[in-house]
Design a protein around this ligand. Structure first.
Ligand code: FAD
Length: 311
């Protein structure tokens, strides 16, 4: 119930304006977000890489409504990739970028798919020049067909373009089968959105079982699985399964969000596993923050304490 209410809040313009205007929210935001500027993203990326992590940087923003805004988001990524390259942070894919299709135009009323495809191609070209890759985030279920379609098209020119499967969807097993091919970079996550029961699994237990099934498919195939979860049980199952199928530690990676389970991130990296931290930056942090609060009531308590302790 609380999760549903919070996810509904993430789409509310009024709540957004109110919460973003509260200066004390910033303490909470700082826990999950590098900062508002590319300088902040570079600084935190540099520290994470020095600490033995890989990084995927997300310029915050979604549901872009103007073509100019979508182009400006692509420009931001292109500039960022240039700076990462100049700073020696992107070579060999150590720091890559994650892009939300609706941030670069997928939801535009006209030519949305074409605009998003062109913008992601420009970002992927800049990433290639910087020696790194792009992963296309997956958003709510209404965007899945279009997102998988544009990833499939773009992979003709950018075979290392990453995509995302969400285990809360009934279709995820079939999608994993189709995507578990040589060279295919696939991030597996549970899914941070809501879907009707006709397309989404209702209980957490089902979502977890689906995740384990999808993980087995990806780890058994010839692709490059990117296992995005903080769930200790699933991380344990991943390690066991990778051992059973004889996976080299360099042939897959764990992914966790910046600010979440940092001790586990360090433990995994120290064990010799590849660990990539998803690092958001930018001023449009509202939707991202509310999805993180929805995932864990303890984060909501942390948020409310920050609001009231100084209020
Ligand atoms: C690298 C990365 C990329 C992602 N990309 C996408 C994407 O493209 N599309 C998409 O829909 N979703 C994405 N997600 C979000 C994902 O779908 C889940 O919503 C999120 O990861 C929480 O699920 P979980 O697997 O960690 O399991 P959960 O069952 O939510 O949590 C398991 C345990 O992890 C810890 N934990 C989980 N979340 C938090 C939190 N917010 N704060 C503190 N502790 C927590 C707790 O100990 C919890 O008990 C991504 C997640 C990661 C890590």
């Amino acid at each position: 119930m609380l999760r549903q209410a919070l996810l509904a809040l993430s789409a509310s313009k009024q709540a957004r304006d109110l919460i973003m205007a509260t200066p004390l929210t910033r303490d909470v935001v700082a826990r999950f977000v590098a900062g508002e500027t590319a300088d902040d993203a570079l600084r935190v990326t540099s520290a994470l890489l020095a600490d033995g992590r890989l990084v995927s940087i997300d310029f915050l923003g979604e549901d872009t409504t103007e073509p100019e805004q979508a182009a400006a988001v692509a420009e931001e990524y292109i500039r960022l990739l240039g700076r990462l390259s100049a700073a020696g942070l992107s070579a060999h894919g150590r720091a890559e970028v994650s892009v939300k299709p609706t941030a670069v135009g997928l939801g535009l009323p006209e030519h949305g798919e074409k605009t998003a495809r062109e913008n992601i191609a420009r970002i992927a070209t800049a990433a290639r020049n910087a020696g790194t890759t792009v992963t296309v985030d997956m958003e709510d279920h209404s965007r899945i067909e279009a997102t998988l379609g544009l990833v499939a098209d773009l992979r003709a020119d950018f075979p290392d373009l990453g995509c995302v499967i969400q285990s809360y969807l009934r279709r995820s097993g079939a999608d994993c089968q189709a995507l578990a091919v040589a060279g295919s970079r696939v991030r597996l996550c549970k899914g941070a959105y809501q879907a009707p029961e006709s397309v989404g699994l209702a209980s957490r237990a089902e979502v977890d079982r689906s995740y384990a099934r999808c993980m087995r498919i990806l780890l058994s195939g010839p692709g490059y699985p990117m296992l995005a979860t903080h769930d200790p049980r699933l991380i344990r199952i991943a390690g066991t399964k990778a051992g059973v199928v004889g996976r080299d530690p360099g042939s897959f990676e764990y992914q966790l969000l910046y600010g979440i389970r940092p001790a586990e991130q360090a433990r995994l990296a120290a064990s010799g596993a590849q660990v990539r931290v998803y690092l958001p930056y930018g001023s449009d942090w509202y939707g991202y923050l509310v999805r993180r609060l929805a995932e864990r009531p303890a984060n909501l308590a942390f948020f409310l304490r920050a609001l009231t302790s100084r209020g």
